[in-house]
Write a protein that binds this ligand. Sequence first.
Ligand code: HEC
Ligand code: HEC
Length: 224
Amino acid sequence: MRRYSTRIAAVAMLGCGLHAALPASAQDKNLGAAIAAKGGSGGAAACVSCHGAKGEGMAAAGFPRLAGLHPDYLLAQLDNFASGLRQNPVMAPIARQLTAAERQAVAGYFGGLPPPTPVASGDPNVLKASDRGAWLADRGHWDDNLPACVQCHGPGGAGTGSAFPPLAGQSSAYLASQLHAFKSGARPGGPMSLMSVVAKRMTDADIAAVADHFGAAPADKGKK
Ligand code: HEC
Ligand code: HEC
């Protein structure tokens, strides 16, 4: 829970509005944990059955990691699934079966869990132009007006603040599916449509390369 108290301290220090989605009370936290383990009052399935007992995700099935993502980001995604802005046949009905208070509680719960154990990756200092994925991630491709992913998603793709989720620690299959969803419009691009703009400039080969790159990156590189 160290990450959590650090976050609360930082929020208090900065006096910014991030506290909205943090669990307001122990009761909220219990509610979030109960939904994760057993499902919601309106019939929503238990989150852990797909997202893993610790919110670590299930790479093989393409179910994303939720542990340690910012609670505001998680809540925004649940709201988007519920409203139909973010389309997905599996997740949308589940989000719709949760009340607004349940979505907030469960977002706070998963946001407070520690990120999964890092997976091994190559040496980040060795960057070759021929490694398109690593190059896009760290340098971008200015000829195509494509900024480096780490400019928004933080060093190593570890995620920054409430708007830019981690890419590290997600499976390459999930990352690729989301990039295609941003490109097609099945998923909205977040603040100022930033991510749609980026994804539309990527070729299918770019998507595959960069998804493989981050799909192999450690989850705890850099700090939120
Ligand atoms: C039957 C499997 C299943 C269950 C149960 C399930 N999810 Fe999901 N979840 C998914 C899939 C698949 C996706 C990816 C959707 C997509 O591609 O847009 C997802 C995506 C998400 C995301 C978006 C993550 C991101 O990085 O943007 C959130 C948040 C989420 N689920 C929360 C929950 C919560 C909370 C519960 C429990 C109430 C839950 N899920 C239960 C399958 C499931
Ligand atoms: C200008 C800022 C910006 C840049 C550069 C950027 N992103 Fe994003 N990205 C975002 C934002 C904002 C979101 C959150 C969208 C939302 O709120 O749904 C996001 C979300 C994502 C997601 C969804 C993660 C999840 O958990 O579902 C993926 C995958 C992603 N970005 C991949 C990339 C890749 C790969 C690159 C580099 C080629 C990149 N992004 C560059 C802003 C950016």
